[in-house]
Design a protein around this ligand. Structure first.
Ligand SMILES: [Zn+2]
Length: 121
């Protein structure tokens, strides 16, 4: 295999998705086989941490997969904001299921989500 072969493959892939943005499309190529795209949630199938979030290695750092995918597909996360799952599925990386929220808003939503854990059992 020559280096030209892999260049050709990358160019073809980027054309199909319309995500031809250099390193970012390379990263997206690398991640595109790590989640399943369906009618509902896009389930992350690679590494999941002990809290149920998909995790991904980029530039030697480990980051939450939903944040990485959200930004790769054009989403903007303002500084200091968290990305909340509207679908409550922590392994989901579908951008339309994600929304940037302030940290305090995310925590108050998290409290509501914890009601069914039986604190008063
Ligand atoms: Zn979802």
């Amino acid at each position: 295999m020559s280096p030209f072969d892999s260049d050709t493959a990358k160019t073809a892939g980027a054309k199909g998705g319309g995500w031809n943005r250099g390193l970012r499309s390379d990263l997206l190529d690398r991640l595109s086989d790590k989640f399943t795209i369906g009618d509902g949630c896009w389930e992350w199938t690679a590494g999941i941490n002990n809290r149920g979030y998909g995790m991904v290695q980029t530039d030697g750092r480990t980051e939450p997969a939903h944040r990485v995918i959200y930004q790769l597909l054009g989403g903007i996360i303002p500084p200091g904001m968290h990305v909340d799952h509207l679908c409550r599925n922590r392994s989901c990386v579908r951008p339309s299921h994600l929304e940037p929220v302030t940290v305090s808003e995310n925590q108050s939503r998290g409290m509501l989500g914890r009601d069914d854990e039986g604190r008063f059992c």
